[in-house]
Design a protein around this ligand. Structure first.
Ligand code: S3P
Length: 182
């Protein structure tokens, strides 16, 4: 029998619900969970936006890769990754080889609406381009969709599902009945 890796990586753009779904899924599996951006912020004592300003994007990406390497040795953990984790080839390899990767997919209008309604977005998230939000998200979706797809063991469309329903769905798809706690 093939043994499932003891960690789950939630992948996807900003606004796909990774940070909300990670604790919900972990609760259902009786696993731990980790939010990579929150952990990087805790360690640096700064928001991701401030880290981008201080270290530049490449400095932030280096810390992100270092943290991913650490997380790859943890067991029974659901990980909310940052939206740009798939940009580095080295990260994509680690993600695919050491965990079950789930791409939380959302359509452009839904992503833009969610980010418009998220007050954290403007203050804590760095702008990744000089473009207005809708155009930035369109560009990121085009550039990154093939990267998320190349890592994904499972793709979940999130447009019309509540976070709890998404966590339930992932649980059903990944775990045999006997491994679930509810
Ligand atoms: C980024 C997404 C952010 C954060 C950083 C870079 C990206 O994470 O890691 O701002 O490149 O898409 P979230 O996806 O959790 O917002």
């Amino acid at each position: 029998m093939i043994k499932a890796p003891p960690r789950i990586f939630l992948l996807g753009l900003r606004g796909t619900g990774k940070s909300t779904i990670a604790p919900l899924l972990a609760e259902r599996l009786a696993w731990n969970w980790c939010d990579m951006d929150a952990e990087l912020e805790r360690r640096a004592g700064q928001s991701v936006r401030e880290m981008f300003a201080r270290l530049g994007e490449s400095g932030f990406r280096q810390r992100e890769s270092d943290l991913l390497r650490e997380i790859c040795s943890l067991e029974q953990v659901v990980v909310a990754t940052g939206g740009g984790i798939v940009l580095k080839e080295e990260n994509r390899r680690m993600l695919r080889q050491t965990g079950t990767c789930i791409w939380l997919r959302a359509s452009l209008p839904v992503l833009v609406a969610r980010l418009h309604n998220d007050p954290r977005s403007a203050t804590l998230r760095p702008a990744l381009t000089d473009l207005p939000l809708a155009e930035e998200m369109a560009l990121l979706l085009t550039e990154r969709a093939p990267l998320y797809q190349s890592c994904a063991h499972l793709v979940v469309d999130t447009d019309t599902l509540a976070p709890t329903a998404i966590a339930d769905l992932i649980c059903q798809r990944l775990m045999p009945t006997s491994a679930r706690i509810s």
